[in-house]
Design a binder for this molecule. Sequence first.
Ligand code: NAP
Length: 662
Amino acid sequence: MLLENHVGGRWHRPEDDGAALLDATTDEVVAYVSTRPVPAEQAVAFAREVGVPALAALSYADRAALLKALGTFLVAEKDAFADLSYATGATAKDATIDLDGGFGTLLAYASRGRRELTGEVLVDGPVEPLGRGGTFLAQHLLTSRGGVTVQLNAFNFPVWGMLEKLGPALLAGVPSLVKPAPQTAYLTEAVVRTIVDSGLLPDGALQLLVGEPDGLLDQLDPRDSVAFTGSARTGALLRAHPAVTRGVRLTVEADSLNGCVLGPDAVAGTPEHELFLAEVVGEMIAKTGQKCTAVRRVLVPRSRVGEVAEALAERLGKVRVGDPRDPATEMGALVSKAQRDAVLDAVTRLADGGQTLVAAQTDHAIGAFVGPVLIVQDDAARAVHEVEAFGPVATVLPYDSAAHALDLLARGRGSLVTSVVSHDPGFVREVVLGAAGGHGRLLVLDRDCAAEQTGHGSPLPGLVHGGPGRAGGGEELGGVRAVHHHLQRTAVQGSPDALTAVTGRYLSGAARRATAEHPFRRRMSELTVGDSVTTGRRVVTREDVDHFAAFTGDTFYAHTDEAAAAANPLFGGIVAHGYLVLSLAAGLFVDPAPGPVLANTGLDRLRFTRPVKPGDAIHVVLTCAALTTRTKDQGEVRWDVQVLDDDDRPVATYELLTMVTA
Ligand code: NAP
């Protein structure tokens, strides 16, 4: 089977016979992969001409729904990929990281998109007042740059690697061109075929390019981006690529010498000691160590290195290495014999001058097998901070103090993730704050989170994945920021009316329209941003304050004790509870009869700006600020609420959220 490109809305067979890709366990040919340059020009043109407009025609909500449908579809198809996943050397457990992890990532992005990418125009951050009179404001917008994104992916996550990039790009409305690493491209191709066959994605949203990437980046311009995952060496080459120097955005997720630090408190017999052993061994053998997040450097208090290394070696020595299709197998093969040779070469460099406790078993005649390797080195060893053996290999290093452990971690020059296994808050604080600047993610592992923790190696879609320095050093992204990354952030300055017109969100100071009937009587479809009601006045009495204090039990002295309240430097006398002001405001603006408003779902940005004293009168201006469709029957209406005194000065301001019938 020669792998095909999916370009221009159809499958194309490359013109050469391709190079054979072998099953990692049996050495049988799984597929052939072209060694010719990929049809880059055609793919980029189709993405621009067809993919960009097709995605732009969909709203953020539509695209989130599309992602959900796609993720759900792929989950149902998962079994179809099992054989090809085994061919990569992955066990069934490993496959859950790549396949289930990938599909779950799409679903997680779908739900984040639905909740966090609301409105037709995305705004980022609060409104910035630029003048004292409130007539000149600024707001950051996020809008499409109209470009495409190219994925250059590593071999170790043929599915997750593609989908974790596809999710944010689709949400942002950006077409993806996926260039998988050749070693496992057959699994990527199978998933892309399934996606194409589903008919869920618009034409041009996803194209697959299998072959040599030569010339691909030359087709790109500053509207476009490249998301690279792979070795630090290739990452460095790409940083110097002319496309990047002329403005194409590049993110690099590269290799990383991740750490796991055993706290001094985590001695044998503590839950943390066991957690540590399980985590290190689990991370070394998962995907046969071919994970960018795998633990490479194991930091142990100096006096306990021998004991801990022995305990790790004992467990590693029992790991069942073999055919990943056999359910008893705990660790499958590396992806290829070339990868095995590279790992063994790296082991030679890492072990130089150290002690090898568990050595790689390389006696399999067929398949790309190695056994786990555990090396113990002195803290002066250099290679351990420079060489990545991309396989089941880790090195134990002694440390003398938290500061010393931090120094060792820093020698990795930037990492994706380090785990700190300790139940000592002081040690945890020192290591986390000291290491954070050199890491994308830190996992603090202890007995309290043991049952729920997801492991050193699992970046969740909402969290930063990526690291500084050697591990990438681009934008470390996580959650909705991965979507924002594809968009242009622009500061727009102008009057409240101008910004309201642009963003579709009401800003204080913009024109309001008093509606004939109370806006609570209007359904979503009948409401317009700016629809408003101004209530009558209510005088807040001392009896109101006393009653509220007695009724709620909130007898804070500023509401109940004349003398103490008089001494308060902010109030100089009894003041109404802030919550009383809110409650009285609701009493003023609520239209009580059953109608389209179904529920109050929260308040945002609440500020009490002036004290309200007995005898003061308040009134409310309630304005429809934003409308977000949630389902076909309901949506969220955000109301700007200004509670004002008799001089029209705000005493409380907030945004009220309600669910309203569509
Ligand atoms: P790689 O050799 O650097 O290749 C990665 C991808 O880049 C492949 O698709 C490769 O395609 C492509 N590529 C290579 N040279 C290129 C060029 N000049 N222009 C455009 N594309 C080019 O890495 P790998 O061996 O596949 O992956 C293993 C490495 O990835 C490990 O070091 C691991 O730590 C790292 N990794 C990092 C992360 C992370 O998130 N930080 C995640 C996974 C893996 P061709 O082979 O066809 O040239």
